[in-house]
Design a protein around this ligand. Structure first.
Ligand SMILES: Cc1cc2nc3c(=O)[nH]c(=O)nc-3n(C[C@H](O)[C@H](O)[C@H](O)COP(=O)(O)OP(=O)(O)OC[C@H]3O[C@@H](n4cnc5c(N)ncnc54)[C@H](O)[C@@H]3O)c2cc1C
Length: 467
């Protein structure tokens, strides 16, 4: 069957879009510049460890993700996080448990009495406007400065490599900002969703796979109906004959294709380069999207050399702690067979928008810095038996400034270019969950356009915020 859709970029954004299209019987081809599909997601087995270059787990509440995992036949390979594991934050230079239930919250040393009272007053705070509001502004307004400094800062720094003073609340906390809009209060909204509407919500499920996250991308890539062409780098795209023509290079020369529908799932700077000849303004809007560099340092350490019980998922670090790490996942506690027997695998995240210069340091220097932080926190003695460093110089897109306004401008440029879509992690969420979900939405729009022969209806839908 003639290819109907070309997807440029074989990371999870491109692969999931291809998979959803293939489910609809659409002939789809993916061009991936690297020699393997998966993009940033990559699991490596070495010296008895299973490490992740980027995404380590999937935090899911979307039925679309369950459906994809199930149809890929991966249910039996799922490794679930034990929900009873503690979550920690660094507070007063110590690992401090994050309370997950109201009684524990009231007893927690994490927040002072005024902070707890402030939290309880949240339902009485009038609803505000979110337009252009930063995470700091939003959390300070709803929950107070202390909860921002101790907790939300750590979440934004540790999971998004970002800065709450710069990140746009509606872009990075869409579910929380929606709670305020719908219920006038975050705490009331959570209560109503959890207690009153319990049956309607899809429970969050945190998991990886026995082969690591690589198993997911490889399973998608080898699904029937998807043609993956690795080692092909798209070099130019242009509109032609009511569709799009793409050219690419590979080790065996140049190639080209003409398709009715084109999806760009490349990082923003690459999409900018590919599009600037077609639409200079769109190229500029994409070029201005910034990324945080993120480093990942894996440490294999003898369990007996770590005094801490490792009874949690790991910990996050707010910027005021001035540590070298943004977060730490205890992978050997989270999932089985991540480290050899009697060894622990700790995965540390460094760099981010707070400390981009860290990625320039040598592996030895980084390891020393990270160990200096970890030793007093977790009472570690001796040296690690295994060290592995991965550097992503363009790690995560930063949803900074008036980000939704930027996306709206991108959307209006796309309105003039039927048959073209953008689906990548700089739009509507960086997580693997959101990438799979957005893949489905993109595929729906592409399929509808193919059916109607009319391609100019989808961009608005694609950029509509989801919660
Ligand atoms: C360190 C780190 C930890 C993370 N941890 C988690 C986590 O635990 N859970 C979670 O849900 N998410 C996590 N994420 C986020 C998640 O992994 C990413 O947002 C997601 O994998 C990005 O997928 P993507 O397809 O949008 O982009 P990418 O993976 O960057 O894929 C883009 C692809 O485009 C290809 N490409 C580029 N140029 C061209 C060209 N000209 N022609 C053809 N192909 C091209 C690239 O080779 C690449 O394969 C993490 C991210 C990082 C960096």
């Amino acid at each position: 069957m003639k290819t109907q859709v070309l997807i440029v970029g074989g990371g999870i954004s491109g692969l999931s879009t291809a998979w959803w299209l293939a489910q609809k019987g659409v002939a789809v081809e993916v061009w991936e510049a690297a020699q393997r599909p998966g993009g940033k997601i990559r699991s490596r087995r070495e010296a008895g460890y299973l490490t992740e270059d980027a995404a380590a787990l999937l935090v899911n509440f979307r039925p679309q993700v369950d459906l994809l995992v199930s149809r890929l036949g991966l249910d039996q390979d799922k490794q679930r996080r034990d929900d009873s594991l503690n979550r920690y934050i660094i507070h007063n230079n110590r690992l401090t448990r994050v309370p997950m239930l109201m009684p524990a919250l009231l007893a927690s040393p994490l927040w002072s009495l005024p902070a707890k009272l402030r939290l309880m007053a949240e339902p009485f705070i009038p609803k505000g406007s979110h337009t252009g509001e930063t995470v700091s502004g939003f959390i300070r307004r709803r929950l107070g400065q202390e909860i921002l400094d101790t907790t939300m800062d750590a979440f934004i720094s540790g999971t998004l490599a970002s800065d709450p003073d710069l990140a746009e609340a509606q872009s990075v906390l869409p579910r929380l900002t929606a709670l305020e809009q719908h219920y006038g209060s975050l705490t009331m909204g959570m209560f109503i969703n959890k207690v009153i509407r319990r049956r309607q919500t899809n429970r969050a499920d945190t998991f990886s796979f026995s082969g690591g996250m690589e198993q997911l991308v490889q399973a998608i890539a080898s699904s029937p109906g998807i043609t993956i062409r690795t080692g092909i780098k798209a070099t130019t795209i242009r509109r032609q004959d009511n569709g799009w023509r793409a050219e690419g290079t590979s080790s065996s020369g140049t190639t080209h294709i003409q398709v009715p529908q084109l999806v760009l799932s490349t990082p923003a700077d690459i999409s900018s380069q590919l599009l600037e000849a077609t639409d200079e303004r769109l190229g500029k809007l994409l070029a201005d999207i910034k990324y945080a560099p993120v480093g990942v340092l894996h440490l294999g350490i003898k369990s007996r050399n770590i005094q801490h019980k490792l009874d949690g998922t790991g910990f996050l670090v707010a910027k005021h702690n001035r540590l070298a790490i943004n977060g730490n996942l205890w992978m050997s506690t989270l999932f089985p067979h991540r480290a050899p027997p009697e060894q622990a695998l700790l995965t540390c995240y460094i760099g981010g928008v707070q400390r981009p210069e860290q990625l320039q340091q040598s592996d030895d220097k980084l390891t020393g810095m990270v160990l200096d932080n970890l030793r007093p926190l977790m009472k570690i003695k001796g040296e690690p038996d295994y060290v592995k460093v991965e550097r992503h110089y363009q790690g995560l897109p930063l949803y900074h400034g008036q980000y939704r306004a930027r996306l709206a401008q991108i959307s209006s440029r796309l309105d003039t270019m039927p048959g073209l879509q953008l689906n990548a992690n700089y739009i509507d969420g960086v997580s693997v969950r959101e990438r799979i979900y957005q893949g489905q939405r993109t595929a729906q729009t592409v399929a509808a356009s193919l059916r109607s022969g009319n391609c100019d209806c989808y961009q608005q839908q694609m950029l509509t915020p989801s919660h």
